[in-house]
Write a protein that binds this ligand. Structure first.
Ligand SMILES: NC(=O)c1ccc[n+]([C@@H]2O[C@H](COP(=O)([O-])OP(=O)(O)OC[C@H]3O[C@@H](n4cnc5c(N)ncnc54)[C@H](OP(=O)(O)O)[C@@H]3O)[C@@H](O)[C@H]2O)c1
Length: 204
């Protein structure tokens, strides 16, 4: 699969490596331009390219949003995401590190509003990047969970397959609204590496 990655820091850079290792083509992008991503791309190998953000969005059948939530307004126009699977790893932290108040809404619902037609799945937002970097396990071992939420079942199935291919288990927490709340910062499954068994105990 072609995966465009917007934000090539802790989460985006780590996910790019894992997706490329699983055989996918990745295009990484950041705010400063492709020239600044040369060393990341060479460390990943032939499955990776650096592009501008808009090029990475055009390139991807799936797009991973791995930039700060407060920078989402700087993303390419919403229509460039139409029809694509958008994996939203962002969390609504302010520049000072506090969790932003979104009222009844969730961060992924707010992201979805600015890209109508995108097939948005909230995923990779609850797991710390260092766990993502080192926590992959073979299928026969008890794997750590990457939670997914969204309203498009087929998109969630594709993201679940990607998660399996990189060595993690997925658990569907529900719709963008309900699952999104379950996956927000401060929730019982946020920021705690856990196996499927542990996650099911917590979620009930
Ligand atoms: N760190 C974690 O463990 C973790 C875990 C789960 C979820 N998350 C979420 O994942 C997101 C990224 O976190 P991170 O820790 O990976 O941050 P990070 O290491 O600071 O990386 C952020 C990346 O976003 C890029 N970026 C910033 N503004 C951009 C823009 N307008 N267009 C394109 N790219 C832009 C940055 O590029 P430049 O350097 O060129 O500005 C950088 O590559 C956040 O929303 C965070 O809440 C983080």
């Amino acid at each position: 699969m072609r995966i465009g990655i917007v934000g090539a820091g802790h989460i985006g850079g780590t996910a790019a490596k894992l997706f490329a290792r699983a055989g996918h083509q990745v295009a990484v992008s950041n705010s400063r331009g492709p020239a600044t991503l040369a060393s990341l791309v060479s460390s990943i190998g032939t499955n990776a390219k650096a592009m501008s953000t808009i090029e990475a969005v055009k390139f991807g059948e799936a797009i991973l949003l791995a930039l700060p939530y407060r920078k989402v307004d700087a993303l390419p126009p919403g229509e460039s995401f139409a029809g694509k699977i958008v994996i939203d790893a962002t969390n609504p932290y302010s520049a000072t590190g506090g969790v932003m108040s979104l009222g009844e809404s969730t961060s992924s619902e707010e992201v979805a509003k600015r890209m109508p037609g995108a097939r948005l799945v909230k995923a990779f937002n609850t797991m710390g990047w260092n766990t993502l970097a080192s926590g992959a396990r073979p299928a026969h071992e008890e794997r750590l969970v990457v939670f997914i939420a969204g309203d498009d079942g087929a998109a969630k199935a594709t993201v679940a397959k990607l998660i399996d291919e990189i060595g993690f288990a997925s658990i569907d927490t529900g719709s963008l609204r309900e699952g999104g709340h379950r996956q927000q910062p401060g929730s019982r499954i946020y920021g705690r590496p856990m196996t499927v068994r542990e996650a099911k105990q917590i979620l009930g």
